[in-house]
Design a protein around this ligand. Structure first.
Ligand code: NDP
Length: 338
């Protein structure tokens, strides 16, 4: 049987803030299954800020997408047909797969998910790459100690919400920075952050200083730019600064010439260290075990922003840069079969 799929491809490299015209849609016929391959029905597609980097052709830690190529990222899918001994029809899998409604994949590029352990969408968020990123960045580089002040920017997003909650588990005072009052209310009332500050407020710097009245011991940097400049002015001696993301800079067309903060690091004997979650690839299981336990014990909670419809994937991706999401942002493409 021949089968048609719809794909979303990179039409051109975005200039500055990406636009919908940077993507195009294409119908393709899927090939027959070879041995070890499965036909997948896409259920959920993750949109992630790092994909913006892959749409440019500058050097980074992952290969850029090619113009005309199907966009790839984390996808949860259901096996619809199988030519694999390991995967059965109805199995739920995750992989680094294309933005397309159906696809053919090799069993080797897929990991089976146990749908009875937790809702399958958690594999894209709290129990997936963002949760693991939060875990290692905070605990291996930030190393928060009871009573210290941990500041996290991008606090209401997929990574930030987990960072703040792990910092609370470690006994720290947690200050979250985010871009809307709705997000601040969520962080304070549902995740029990100690202080929350909106970086879009006119008196952001004053509010931040007040919130961090004992200075800053750990700054988990998800955004970079002026927000980070303001936090770095408040660091204490021996502060640790995991540099996880710089979303405020991803769409700049010219290099950002901000204040140079090295003297702050120098006079405070502070450590600033960038990292990529895959640096910890050999230890992912440790993180997943702890995250799952905290979830089960009610010490960790999560939100997901899920919009529906394959055609909405580019909108959701663009929405990351407008702050549309609380928690993990993803698109539901199809329902699981009964
Ligand atoms: P989020 O779920 O946090 O979504 C992005 C959020 O960033 C938005 O909701 C928005 O929230 C905020 N934002 C957007 N533009 C700006 C801006 N100009 N200034 C400040 N905040 C902005 O995404 P993730 O949790 O998936 O990722 C968070 C960060 O971590 C990103 O920078 C990402 O690249 C990085 N990352 C790094 C990894 C690594 O291995 N090092 C792995 C995974 C993620 P708001 O309303 O608050 O503005």
């Amino acid at each position: 049987m021949t089968m048609t799929t719809t794909q979303i491809r990179l039409a051109q490299r975005p200039k500055g803030m990406p636009e919908k015209t940077d993507f195009n849609w294409k119908e393709e016929q899927l090939k027959q299954l070879d041995s070890g391959e499965v036909l997948l029905k896409t259920l959920y597609v993750s949109v992630d800020p790092y994909m913006r980097g892959r749409m440019s052709d500058s050097k980074s830690y992952v290969e850029p997408y090619k113009v005309g190529e199907v966009i790839k990222g984390s996808v949860i899918a259901e096996v619809a047909e199988t030519n694999s001994l390991d995967l059965q029809v109805g199995d739920i899998v995750i992989g680094n797969l294309g933005w397309q409604t159906y696809l053919v994949a090799s069993e080797n590029e897929l990991r089976k998910i146990d749908p009875n352990q937790a809702p399958i969408t958690t594999q894209l968020g709290v129990l997936g790459m963002p949760g693991i990123t939060a875990y290692f960045g905070l605990l291996d580089i930030g190393k928060p100690v009871e009573g210290e002040t941990v500041v996290v920017s991008g606090a209401a997003g997929a990574v930030g919400t987990v960072v703040g909650q792990i910092a609370k588990i470690a006994g720290a005072k947690v200050v979250g920075i985010a871009g809307s009052d709705e997000k601040l209310t969520y962080l304070k009332n549902e995740l029990n952050f100690d202080e929350v500050v909106n970086y879009k407020s006119e008196d952001f710097k004053d509010q931040l200083k007040q919130a961090c009245n004992d200075g800053v011991d750990v700054y988990y940097d998800n955004v970079g730019g002026e927000v980070s400049d303001a936090v770095l002015r408040l660091i204490n001696k021996g502060a640790r600064i995991p540099v996880c993301g710089q979303i405020a800079l991803y769409n700049l067309e010219k290099p950002d010439l901000g204040p140079r903060m090295q003297s702050q690091l120098l006079i405070n004997s502070a450590l600033m260290k960038g990292f990529i979650v895959s640096d910890y690839g050999a230890h992912f299981e440790e993180a997943i075990k702890d995250l799952a336990k905290w979830l089960q014990d009610g010490k960790l909670s999560y939100r997901e922003t899920i919009i529906e419809g394959f055609d909405k994937i580019p909108d959701a991706f663009l929405g990351l840069f407008k702050g549309e999401n609380i928690g993990k942002y993803m698109v539901k493409v199809a329902s699981q079969s009964e």
